[in-house]
Structure formats: C-alpha cells, structure tokens
Design a protein around this ligand. Structure first.
Ligand code: 0GY
Length: 305
C-alpha cells in the first residue's frame, strides 16, 4: 500500500555526525521507533499522522553508527495496536532489541505470550491528545493487570499539564511505570516550580516510577545547536534532565527517539543528541547507570547482575 506523508513531515536526519561522546560499552537506546515500511507494514487506519518509512535496517545502521549495543523499540501511534513492524524489528535484532507494544482489551493470552517471545517487555499507554483517541481508564487498568504477571511494565506518555488529572491512575498501576520524555515539562518554567515539582514528587513518592530523560529536541524552547558548530544544544532542558538523573540515578533511561515523529521545525542530528548525554549525566558512573545498568535491569534482567 502507498501512503502519503503528512504535509510538512520532516524525515530523519540523513548522514548524522559521529558523536564525540563515547558511549559506554553495552549502551542501550531505550526509546526509538520503526515506521513501516508502509508497503510491508501498513499504517493504522486510526492514525493521526502518516510518517515517512523508517524501517529496522535504518534503525540498526544508526545504532551501529552511534555506538549503541541495543535498542528498545517503542510502538508508535501511527501503527495503532498492530505491533507487526515493531515485532519484526525485535525478531530481526538477534536478541539486541526489546519492544514496547500497544494492545487492546481482550487480547488473548497466547498473543501476549507471542509478543513476549518476540522480545516485548511492556505496553504503552498514550495520553497525548493530538496522537490518540481517548481510551477508558478501566480498559487500561485491565490491560495492566493482564501484563503484570509477565513481568512487563507500563510506559506512559502525557503532557505535564495533564499530570494532576492522571496522578491517581498512574499511582494505582500495579507495575513499574516508565514515563516518556520526563512527562513533557514546559522548560520555560522554573525547574523548581510547581509543574516540574509535581513530576519530581511522583518519582520521589513512588519508587516504581522511572523516567526517560529523552527528547531535548522536542522539549527545548532555546532550540538546536547554532550553525557555527556549537554542540551543547538544548541547554534549557539540561537542568530538568539533571534533576532526574542525579535525584533518581537508578530509575532513568535515555533514547534517541529516532525517527523523531512530528517535529515541525527542526530535525536533530542524532550524533549531536548523543553529545547531549554528558551534559545531563555528568560522571561516568551516572552515564553507565543511565545507558547500561538501568535499561539492562528493565529489559534484559536475565543478563544483568
Ligand atoms: C515520541 C513522540 C511522539 C509520537 C509518538 O507514538 C507516537 O506517535 O510517540 C510525539 O509526537 O510527541 O516519543 O515518539
């Protein structure tokens, strides 16, 4: 099937630079996606955008170019609850990728087991209104109860302004809860202010809550690196990410978010994104936890000490 990209869609950055920051051995890109290719894995009828094709071959070429050892492939909303592209990517990785799926109420036990066998270790609940239609909370809670016995976790994606309303639901979840992109704070607000303070409180009071300190390119108001080659871009995001990396060093993850869906003005060079890491995890110890120890504990517990 042929799909036409959403008008204005930005394709991923071709020819990313090689990072100056050397990733620790065994580093995991714990948030990335595959899109199609649409001819092989059609996009879902209920999708809110149609992306470019971005398949597993390109993802794994990027992994090798940047110096990552493994990936966590997160189901993107353009594929709805059809997990075939993500599962195919996991299966093709030779055990070097895990997956996070989207499932609907009523999924059969055998289907959950097949996802597990392919490498899926979590489900994603998305609350970002521009990306998904509303799903009743009782349906999500039912899914959480079904996946908990498999040892899976729940990944949640939401905007910071919606956290007060989602608080009771999140804190009732029976599994580890991994928050995408720090709960999308408004980084023009103070890091010590009430909005980010509520997110920090969620992590402080609930030791089952983890955060991806990812997506500076999405959260930054200050913007990308200057054209003169300044590599420490997205400076306004740094205090937010550092607060979490230093406050909760055993519950943070990092990912590229390749192929960067729905960016409107700027597509990041993934090499520069990797160079952002030492600004938010400033010691080798913190970097190893963020990039190796934590994702291994969550996604490859059988291999982690
Ligand atoms: C991300 C961010 C976005 C999209 C999705 O599944 C998705 O469609 O997650 C977004 O548009 O902010 O993490 O990929």
């Amino acid at each position: 099937m042929n799909f036409e990209k959403t008008p204005g869609w930005l394709d991923w950055y071709a020819g990313p630079s090689r990072p100056r920051f050397e990733l620790p051995p065994g580093a995991v890109d714990a948030h990335c996606h595959v899109f199609g290719p649409g001819a092989e894995f059609p996009f879902a009828p209920e999708r809110k955008y149609t992306p470019c094709d971005a398949g597993k071959a390109q993802l794994y070429a990027l992994r090798d170019h940047l110096g990552f050892a493994r990936n966590v492939v997160v189901q993107a909303t353009c594929h709805g609850a059809d997990n075939r592209a993500m599962v195919d990517a996991c299966r093709a990785s030779g055990g070097r990728a895990r997956g996070v799926a989207t499932v609907r109420r009523g999924i059969a036990d055998a289907e959950l087991q097949a996802l597990h066998d392919a490498g899926v270790r979590g489900v994603r609940f998305n609350f970002v209104r521009r990306l998904v239609d509303f799903t009743p909370r009782d349906e999500l809670m039912e899914i959480a109860a079904r996946i908990a016995p498999l040892g899976w976790h729940v990944v949640v994606y939401f905007e910071a302004v919606d956290l007060p309303e989602l608080w009771d639901f999140f804190t009732a979840l029976p599994t580890t809860v991994v928050v995408d992109h720090m709960g999308r704070p408004d980084v023009s607000l103070p890091v010590d202010g009430p909005q980010f303070g509520l997110f920090v409180k969620l992590m402080r009071e609930h030791p089952n809550v983890w955060s991806k300190v990812s997506c500076p390119e999405r959260l930054s108001v200050a913007g990308p690196p200057a054209l003169d080659g300044e590599r420490a871009a997205y400076r306004d995001v740094v205090p937010f990410a550092r607060r979490l990396v230093e406050g909760f060093p055993d519950r943070v993850l990092w990912g590229t978010d390749w192929p960067h869906p729905n960016l409107k003005h700027h597509m990041p060079d993934d090499g520069l994104l990797v160079d952002f890491i030492p600004h938010i995890a400033v010691t080798p110890e913190l970097q190893t936890r963020l990039l190796v120890t934590n994702p291994m504990r969550l996604y490859w517990p059988e291999e982690s000490r």
